[in-house]
Design a protein around this ligand. Structure first.
Ligand code: FAD
Length: 496
């Protein structure tokens, strides 16, 4: 535990996603008086919960990697995470199903994975070991070093460039993997992680292959009681130590006077004064809508950014249990690149051939559904709101197509036993989370939007205004946003 610090001053955190909650806890541990303002009626952001008909549906993140990043937050206050929320191991980490009916169980040590690769595509076993070595090097450079450095100075970027070039981190992830893996199905296995942080595996830099090593270092976990239990416990941790949480209030403007933050104004007109503001709202939206007029970035400039893809998420409960379904299943469609190009291309359209991620939390924690029943969600990557799609019509069409694919491939008789269902489209992402373009993961993880070129964790030209969350360095995903909160703490310390 750190020695308790005694800094004074008020901090307002806009948004209670994982990034905002972590930043609030870190600011509180530094001694500040901290209040979190969240527009939804509950904390968690994309990790909010829907409770319906006896089912608990976590709305967003389901995979916990890098559990130590959560442990640190309890440790700040001399507490142990495990005494408040249990992390349950998930095996396999993911089951990947191919269109030809084959499946690959992903996860475990390099030796375990080597054996599975060898059984699946014997010619790739040694290539896999080489790939694992190269991803370890990227993890060291990209996660341990770059992820711990605030990239608000170009000089930091320039210092990192030689290592990144030497490791081939600037190439496309797919090319990086293809160097060692010949089997097309396995190439998909080792690149699809990119979709889990909103990127196109053929266009995102190989730097993100570090996710594979991140998983190997910390394994894959699920919170007992669902991800919502983890959110609740983070909120309680804050409350025990004086963080104030206010839900159901939307910040409409950040107050800036003489180059420094003075607080925030709510949609209701109420002003909340603060010396420090940490925005966990979508970073492009902060620059477009929350900054005072005169300090906003133009729509044209923000339109030049590439948003990540959109997501269609269908939550459903079933009247019976599907015991053969793993906790995490990825069902790949026939095509890979063609499907991704349709979603991410310049003229995006709804794909006919879908790739799906299926979550069955009841495989690890049956308490999330009534006895004898199962809770699921299924997620399909889709175009964001820049594509002219009528989401009111597309919602039903996608729902029907997804239920048909699941019934045909792994869950026979599904349609007849669905008892509770709801869905989110990119329109809901825009409306609920105020996500620009309805993006699932804020701006896309491409080279020209990474590190120095991503939103900085400190806003230039305004003292005491910080950004945390998916649109900022180092990027989307729960480990990414927890790291961004650490970077905000580092910057607050150097500013003080
Ligand atoms: C369906 C889905 C599945 C995912 N699965 C995984 C996974 O398994 N593992 C993983 O690591 N990552 C996963 N991710 C990504 C991960 O969930 C996100 O990158 C991460 O949770 C985002 O956290 P954040 O801190 O950026 O905040 P967000 O969760 O985006 O929260 C921001 C909050 O700010 C609030 N807000 C916005 N504007 C205002 C305002 N003006 N005033 C007040 N409040 C405001 C919003 O309401 C929201 O609650 C998933 C994402 C989705 C959508």
């Amino acid at each position: 535990m750190r020695a308790r610090e005694k800094r004074s001053g008020r901090v307002v955190v806009i948004g209670a996603g994982f990034g905002g909650l972590a930043a609030a806890l870190r600011a509180r541990a530094m001694g500040y008086d901290v209040q979190v303002i969240e527009r939804l009626d509950q904390p968690g952001g994309r990790a909010r919960v829907f409770r319906r008909d006896g089912f608990t549906f976590d709305a967003g993140p389901t995979v916990i990697t890098a559990p130590d990043l959560f442990d640190e937050l309890w440790h700040l206050f001399g507490e142990k995470r495990a005494e408040h929320v249990a992390f349950l191991p998930v095996r396999p980490w993911y089951r990947i199903g191919f269109a030809d009916g084959r499946a690959f169980d992903y996860g475990g040590t390099v030796e375990e994975m080597r054996a599975r690769v060898s059984a699946f595509a014997p010619g790739d076993a040694e290539g896999f070991v080489r790939l694992a070595e190269r991803t370890r090097a990227l993890y060291r450079a990209g996660y341990l070093r770059m992820g711990a450095m605030p990239f608000h100075r170009f000089s930091t970027m320039m210092r990192a460039v030689p290592t990144l070039v030497r490791l081939g981190a600037w190439r496309s992830l797919y090319r990086f993997v293809a160097r060692d893996i010949a089997d097309e199905s396995l190439r998909r296995v080792f690149t699809l992680q990119m979709l889990l942080v909103g990127g196109h595996p053929f266009r995102s830099p190989a730097l993100y292959a570090l996710i594979q090593q991140l998983e190997r270092e910390g394994a894959v976990w699920f919170a007992r009681g669902g991800m919502t239990a983890l959110v609740q416990q983070l909120v309680r941790l804050g409350e025990r130590h004086g963080v104030r949480m206010r839900c159901g209030a939307t910040v409409s403007r950040i107050l800036v006077e003489r180059g420094r933050t003075r607080g925030v104004v709510l949609e209701s007109g109420e002003t909340i004064p603060a010396e420090i503001v940490i925005a966990n709202a979508d970073a492009p939206m902060v620059h477009e809508a929350l900054m005072p007029p005169g300090r906003r970035r133009s729509k044209r400039r923000l339109d030049r950014l590439q948003p990540s893809m959109g997501l269609f998420v269908l939550y459903f409960g079933t009247t019976r249990v599907f015991p053969a379904i793993a906790h995490h299943t990825i069902l790949l469609g026939q095509s890979y690149r063609a499907l991704l190009d349709r979603i991410f291309g310049t003229d995006p359209t709804l794909p006919d051939d879908l790739s799906l991620y299926l979550h069955r939390p009841t495989a690890t924690d049956p308490s999330l559904a009534p006895p004898g029943q199962d809770a699921f969600y299924v997620l399909a990557p889709v175009p964001n709101l820049r594509a002219p799609i009528d989401w009111d019509r597309a919602r039903q069409m996608l729902r029907d197509r997804i239920v048909r694919i699941l019934s045909e491939r792994i869950m026979p008789g599904l349609e007849a036993c669905i008892v509770s269902e709801s869905s989110l489209t990119p329109l809901d992402f825009r409306h609920d989370y105020l996500s620009r373009d309805g993006a699932g993961f804020s701006i896309a993880p491409i080279l020209r939007q990474s590190a120095f070129f991503r939103f900085h964790n400190r806003v230039r030209g305004v003292r005491n205004l910080y950004l945390v969350g998916a649109g900022t360095h180092p990027g989307a995903g729960v480990p990414g946003v927890l790291c961004s909160a650490k970077l905000v703490e580092t910057l607050m310390r150097t500013a003080a």
